[in-house]
Write a protein that binds this ligand. Structure first.
Ligand SMILES: NC(=O)c1ccc[n+]([C@@H]2O[C@H](COP(=O)([O-])OP(=O)(O)OC[C@H]3O[C@@H](n4cnc5c(N)ncnc54)[C@H](O)[C@@H]3O)[C@@H](O)[C@H]2O)c1
Length: 448
């Protein structure tokens, strides 16, 4: 096992050259962890814009400070390239390319396949390759391994192949790439050993598992767990709304149970690159085996209904003011998919805006993290949150509760506030009506 021992030695003494394929939310922080651990790191991405930005010492990822990129580029620990032939230099390759869904909700594996093809073209014996992109169980063995074998390499002997799911939580100040435990499962025991040794150099805790399918399923269980629990609590919000009970009070009280309960909160729907997508990878895989994943389908159904429920709330609130959605000015607060980040991918705000516009509303938005975005060929720009902007809206809809917004001012000035996040719960009631989403008891007009 000369190749394995040589590679382990290179990892141990930091002489290994580490490659990261795909420098986005997952790949860039990982590349910098390796660079900070003393390795020479080459980041490979197909986007010239991404590469140019990084080589100029910039950062396109909110949680990654540009100064850190600049420091590591200058020190020679990190460089970024669009030249795939640089893969020949890499002793370890982590792949973090997108795994979106096709319109039919089937996995779009084109990015993983393109990365695997490129690696197949340039890989040599003595390299460890780790797929990090979230995917269905079987991908590493069924899609990745054949590409390496087609290049004449035997997995487990010449090269080492593993899957290790990324668990990054954008905007989370406590848990980051370094201190979040990392699950690693290889095609063979040797593969698990080498991949674990690689990640041990820069991450605090490694959790080896028995194989790639297990590691792939770990990620899908985690995100299906979130999707199902968010679906459950969203349904509870609908239930509470119909019963006239404040769902937030119910959840807070239930959360005092010291065991057997985990707090999830309702909202306008789910967003981001993970929760709305990942469970469908598993659902798709199981469909190929003639099994229907009912929890996944039901959670997805409930979660994707939430933007329509929000739009309906806006309609009801305006109706009580003897106004129609058609012709009303509606100000949406927050369009990123969750608070204090700038990621718009799959954001439920897009659906809320689309549904309100479809009914004839004149919709504007404010989001300190998203100055502009494009949707359906239309460019939207964040408006300044002036007193006039708040007061002149027929309704203000809090879709994402960024911390930097002064909600007391919103409540003081707005005619109607539809609050999907409970951001107004502890505020002094202002002049207008607050419709606390999922709390029918808060329907009454409240005046100071
Ligand atoms: N964003 C998250 O919070 C998160 C968390 C856990 C897991 N994941 C998973 O990690 C994977 C990557 O997600 P992300 O959010 O980092 O995506 P991203 O879109 O932020 O970044 C992906 C990068 O890969 C590049 N790319 C595309 N095709 C390529 C190719 N063939 N070769 C090299 N580079 C290529 C893109 O240009 C882009 O810069 C996905 O499978 C995702 O599900 C994401």
């Amino acid at each position: 096992m000369q190749l394995k021992d040589q590679l382990l030695r290179k990892i141990e003494d930091r002489s290994a050259c580490i490659g990261v394929v795909g420098l986005g939310y997952v790949g860039l922080p990982l590349a910098l962890e390796f660079a900070n651990a003393g390795f020479r790191v080459i980041g490979y991405d197909v986007s010239q814009r991404v590469i140019d930005g990084l080589m100029a010492g910039g950062s396109h990822i909110q949680d990654v400070p540009a100064a850190e990129v600049a420091r590591l580029v200058k020190a020679g620990n990190f460089e970024a390239t669009t030249d795939e032939s640089r893969m020949q230099e890499m002793d370890a390759i982590s792949i973090a390319v997108p795994t979106p869904l096709a319109k039919t909700r089937d996995p779009d594996m084109s990015y993983v396949l393109a990365a695997a093809d490129a690696i197949g073209r340039h890989c040599r014996p003595g390299v460890v390759i780790v797929l990090e992109s979230t995917t269905y169980p079987g991908t590493t063995r069924e899609l990745m391994q054949p590409k390496l074998e087609a290049a004449g390499l035997t997995v487990g002997e010449d090269v080492f192949l593993a899957f290790s799911p990324e668990r990054v939580d954008p905007g989370n100040a406590k848990w980051n790439t370094k201190n979040t435990p990392k699950v690693v499962g290889g095609i063979t025991a040797n593969c698990t050993e080498v991949a674990s040794a690689l990640y041990k150099t820069c991450l605090d805790t490694i959790v080896p598992v028995s194989g790639t399918e297990t590691a792939e399923l770990v990620k899908l269980l985690e995100n299906t767990f979130r999707s199902v629990n968010i679906g459950l609590v969203n349904e509870m919000a609908i239930v509470c709304d119909k019963l006239g009970v404040n769902v937030w009070e119910v959840i807070d009280a239930a959360s005092t149970k010291p065991f057997g309960f985990m707090k999830f909160t309702p909202g306008p729907g789910i967003g981001g690159h993970c929760i709305p997508l990942d469970p469908h990878y598993l659902a798709w895989k199981m469909r190929t085996l003639n099994y229907k994943t009912r929890f996944i389908d039901l959670a997805s159904e409930i979660n994707s209904e939430m933007p329509a429920i929000v739009a309906n709330k806006v309609m009801q609130a305006l109706n009580e003011e003897k106004k129609s959605v058609n012709g009303s000015r509606i100000l949406v607060l927050g369009v990123a998919y969750k608070k204090d980040i700038n990621d718009m991918r799959e954001s439920p705000a897009l659906d809320v805006i689309r549904l309100l516009e479809k009914q004839g509303a004149d919709v504007s938005y404010h989001d300190p993290y998203v100055p502009k975005f494009h949707e359906d060929g239309h460019e939207y720009s964040s408006v300044e949150l002036t007193d006039k902007e708040i007061a002149s809206a027929d309704a203000v809809v809090i879709v994402t509760d960024h911390s930097s917004v002064n909600y007391q001012r919103v409540v003081d000035l707005a005619a109607v506030v539809v609050d999907t996040r409970n951001a107004t719960a502890r505020l002094t009631r202002g002049k207008g009506k607050i419709v606390a989403f999922a709390s029918a008891s808060a329907y009454a007009t409240t005046t100071r």
